[in-house]
Design a protein around this ligand. Structure first.
Ligand SMILES: [Zn+2]
Length: 556
């Protein structure tokens, strides 16, 4: 195939040339049609068995290579710089649940050195057909790819720079082609990312972290780039564990707002979330003064649940569209307050919009937030997901299902980093009651006064028909699913598989008045969809395991 010449658009302020096509952009119609037509003759695509069955990275790479080679995509070609051809290295593929599409992103390299700021995003539709390409790539001409200084010398150049005092432990300089916007000039440079700094001789506001760029020929700092306001903070939570979490820099203080995950944490300052609900969420928590352990627990645990939703369930926060996940700590209820050390309220709930957490005092007088346990936080946040999906009525069997699904995700999120279910902790809210007992035991509901079989189903007018009681029956069925084993003794489901089938059941199959038996059918239905690509015998094994798990508690 003949190489086409580069005749792209003029350089932008960042030294990169841009190119964009999209199937649903009228202006791209002829280019997209030509690319589609040429695919039949482009070897990397023409010889594929079927485009649909390829993994997204492979097919996206082929589409990219085709578009770069095609004369139809004018202005889009792999830059050849000083006789060296550009390469494109995948930096990850992500399926986007909101659109059903997959985005595969590539970084441009020359001589294996990344071109700073370059990015090519290739989008694929459900059938792995090309949906769009969005590209920004550079041509750093006349720059030797050989550094004249060492990484140690680059670190020293930063340490000697007077603007800020930099903390350089564990910072690794990485070679890049870097475009100096001020001078309109490319450099070979070492980039030191996310270096924590404090004030040196620089005037004005001091960023918390910066990226340093050091010319790799001359050894001089050529740019200092402040990072976004979301930074990491580290502090101790209610359980005495050091946690690192996202905060936002706001003037001279850090606030508990993670702008990437959209997680925010407020102090309700011992007000009552039921009678004073109009004052929720309260005051966004700031440092200084130092973050309290209660604040750290609520914020770090909510961030963990957000990460779990995003990576495992491919759900973008509680509302599915990335909306803020808000928590308020230090909530009390005047009428129910107990204890001699101050007002306490041993409760936590999802109020339809946000999480609210009470607190109690330990015998040494320190506050223990109800947000201390990750399982309790995941439980409350799952109520939010239920609200936005199946909307299971909070009474009788549907209410017990509502409670049980919150417990299911409480347990799964709390244990998710342990791949072996035999080592899981099945207690929910361990250590939060004054006597040290957990709220519930997922593996052994009777240990905490709950039934674990339909024959012991409790009929009561209290607690909306015993929603916190009868949930034990469905919890036991879910526990059976999580620990069910094959004849050879292996777990039938990985934690991720179990999480996904319960999540699909809750959000796609259940409805406001679903009963226990509907949940059995919902989980089975979800498993049939999720495992549909497996050989029939393996699918059947999973279906049998779920049926047995529910039958064992009398849900038939
Ligand atoms: Zn609940």
């Amino acid at each position: 195939m003949a190489k086409k010449s580069v005749h792209g658009k003029k350089s932008h302020g960042n030294g990169l040339q841009t190119f964009r096509v999209h199937k649903f952009d009228a202006g791209s119609k002829s280019v997209m049609a030509a690319l589609k037509h040429e695919q039949a003759h482009f070897p990397a695509i023409a010889f594929m068995d079927s485009v649909e069955s390829q993994d997204p990275e492979t097919i996206a790479k082929a589409y990219l290579a085709q578009a770069l080679a095609s004369d139809s995509a004018r202005g889009f070609a792999a830059p050849v710089v000083d006789q060296v051809a550009s390469e494109f290295k995948s930096v990850g593929s992500e399926s986007i649940p909101l659109t059903g599409t997959t985005a595969v992103r590539f970084r441009q390299t020359l001589n294996k050195i990344p071109v700073y700021g370059s990015l090519v995003t290739v989008e694929l539709d459900e059938e792995n057909q090309l949906l769009g390409i969005n590209s920004a790539i550079g041509s750093p001409e006349g720059i030797s790819p050989l550094a004249k200084i060492s990484t140690a010398e680059a670190v020293r150049a930063v340490a000697q720079h007077r603007d800020y005092k930099a903390a350089l432990e564990n910072i690794v300089p990485r070679l890049n082609y870097f475009y100096d916007v001020a001078k309109g000039k490319w450099h070979l440079a070492f980039i030191l990312e996310d270096v924590p700094v404090v004030r040196g001789t620089a005037k004005g506001r001091v960023p918390v972290k910066v990226d340093y760029v050091v010319d790799a020929q001359k050894g001089k700092v050529i740019a200092i780039l402040p990072r976004t306001p979301t930074v990491a903070a580290t502090a101790v939570d209610c359980l005495g564990v050091s946690r690192t979490f996202g905060v936002e820099q706001s003037g001279g203080s850090k606030v508990l707002r993670d702008t990437l995950l959209n997680v925010q944490t407020f102090d309700f300052k011992k007000k009552d979330p039921e009678t004073q609900f109009n004052l929720l969420p309260g005051t966004l928590i700031k440092n200084p003064p130092a973050f309290s352990p209660s604040a750290v627990s609520a914020h770090a645990n909510a961030s963990d649940v957000s990460q779990f939703m995003r990576t495992t369930l491919m759900r973008n926060n509680i509302d599915g569209v990335g909306g803020a996940m808000v928590s308020s700590i230090n909530c009390i209820q005047v009428s129910e307050s107990v204890g001699g050390l101050g007002k306490e309220w041993i409760n936590a709930f999802w109020d339809g919009t946000q999480m609210v957490y009470g607190l109690r005092f330990k015998s040494d007088g320190t506050a223990l937030s109800l947000a201390a346990d990750l399982d309790v936080v995941a439980h409350e946040m799952t109520h939010g997901v239920t609200d936005r999906s199946s909307r299971l009525e909070y009474r009788l069997q549907s209410g017990a299902l509502n409670e049980s699904y919150s417990d299911i995700f409480g347990v799964i999120v709390n244990n998710f980093r342990k791949p072996d279910q035999s080592t899981w902790n099945w207690e929910i809210g361990a250590g939060l009651l004054p006597n040290g007992s957990p709220f519930r035991d997922f593996s052994n509901p009777p240990a905490r006064g709950q039934p674990d079989h339909m024959r012991d189903f409790v009929v009561t007018p209290r607690d909306h028909g015993g929603v916190h009681t009868n949930s034990g029956i469905h919890n036991k069925a879910a526990h059976n699913v999580l620990v069910s084993k094959t004849a050879s003794g292996a777990f039938v489901f990985t934690p991720r598989e179990a999480a996904v089938i319960f999540y699909l059941a809750l959000t796609q199959q259940l409805r406001p008045t679903s009963q226990f038996v509907d949940s059995r059918n919902a989980v089975l239905q979800s498993a049939r969809t999720f495992f549909r690509a497996l050989p029939p015998a393996q699918l059947a094994g999973r279906i049998t395991a779920i049926g047995d798990a529910y039958s064992a508690v009398g849900i038939t």
